[in-house]
Ligand binder design. Structure first.
Ligand SMILES: NC(=O)c1ccc[n+]([C@@H]2O[C@H](COP(=O)([O-])OP(=O)(O)OC[C@H]3O[C@@H](n4cnc5c(N)ncnc54)[C@H](OP(=O)(O)O)[C@@H]3O)[C@@H](O)[C@H]2O)c1
Length: 322
């Protein structure tokens, strides 16, 4: 499996990460099986957020309590969490006090002395970059956080943070999949007349910006179509896309989920894909994306089957019927 090195983090992390947003209802045995399945296929990166669960730090607490990692087991993995989203509101909060107290809560919940990476979860319109800088510096100086990043941030929002924040921004976590690829598709929209994808905000060239700055893109929700249309894999709502995925799965002799994940990782900006499954068999299937490097015709073929256009001309026959 490929690996990604984050400045400040002591060891490289697997290019396939496991998201912990949906683990709330796993009992201890199921949690240990889920974790073991990930470790068995080489996954050593776990993505949390203070807000995951029905109360603050709930999923982090379930992870910490059920797994009870020894110090050496803890050293073998990369633990990332996010702060700044307050569910009771809801609102965003990048104030010094919120960032620091959220990290303290995450450390307690995860039963660890340090976070490998802390991300700002969603942009806070009221952000004061000086406050973020002070929080990051204090957390780094205390050894509580090794590296920092953002999630769902545009290039301009990252530039704004950079006016005060000296800690390197090592990652930007974005929604990116064959079912939701505006960040990829808008890059083709130049001179494509009447193309809906030209109108979709992609964050203003966020993928190219991240490549330019050496910021690792982590793709969240790799198998979801948009925010609310559910899983596209195997769904009768996406016949063209699934036919294209299945054909490549057959050719490469891997499960369809592996092709959908390989499509993400084939993009040069995408350093990691974050799987959200709680099912050990599905995790193992998707992890087989590491066996596949899609050729250009295959990668673009999937893009077209997903309904996106890469150049002017008639829309692909599959457009809007994915
Ligand atoms: N930064 C952000 O704003 C943000 C937002 C959302 C998520 N995230 C992160 O990204 C991670 C992944 O997101 P996600 O959970 O939405 O990812 P996902 O892997 O696209 O979706 C996982 C969900 O889809 C189901 N699923 C997966 N494969 C399937 C298949 N082949 N057929 C049917 N159902 C399937 C899973 O069910 P089973 O569990 O039964 O397999 C699970 O409910 C999260 O855990 C979180 O860490 C970040």
């Amino acid at each position: 499996m490929g690996a990604v090195s984050f400045p400040g983090v002591q060891r490289p992390s697997s290019a396939i990460g496991l998201g912990c947003m949906r683990i709330r209802e796993l009992d201890d045995d199921a949690m240990r099986g889920w974790y073991a399945a990930a470790r068995d296929v080489g996954i050593d990166f776990f993505d949390h957020a203070a807000v995951y669960g029905s109360r603050p730090h709930e999923c982090e607490t379930r992870f910490g309590d059920a797994l009870h990692l020894t110090a050496s087991q803890r050293e073998e993995i990369t633990l990332q969490t996010k702060c700044g989203t307050v569910a009771e509101g809801p609102y965003l909060d990048f104030s010094y006090d919120h960032i620091v107290s959220s990290v303290e809560g995450s450390l307690r919940a995860l039963r660890t002395d340090y976070l490998d990476i802390l991300l700002l979860h969603r942009p806070d319109a009221l952000v004061e970059p000086d406050e973020v800088a002070r929080a990051f510096d204090d957390l780094a100086a205390a050894g509580k956080v090794l590296a920092f990043g953002v999630s769902n941030h545009t290039p301009r929002q990252m530039d704004l943070l950079a006016t005060a924040v000296d800690q390197p921004i090592v990652a930007n976590q974005l929604q990116l999949s064959l079912g939701h690829a505006p960040a990829v598709a808008q890059g083709f929209a130049m001179n494509i007349e009447g193309s809906e994808q030209a109108l979709v905000a992609d964050g203003g060239g966020v993928l190219d910006y991240c490549r330019t700055k050496g910021i690792a893109v982590q793709a969240w929700a790799p198998f979801q179509a948009g925010r609310s249309r559910g899983v596209f894999l195997g769904s009768s709502d996406f016949p063209v896309l699934n036919a294209a995925i299945d054909e490549l799965a057959h050719i490469h002799e891997v499960p369809p989920a592996a092709i959908a994940a390989a499509w993400i990782l084939r993009h040069p900006a995408a350093a990691q894909v974050l799987l959200g499954s709680t099912n050990p068999a599905r995790i193992a299937e998707a992890a087989r994306c590491a066996e596949v490097t899609l050729a250009r015709p295959e990668w673009y073929g999937l893009l077209h089957a997903a309904g996106y256009r890469a150049r002017p001309g008639p829309p692909p026959s599959s457009a809007r019927s994915r």
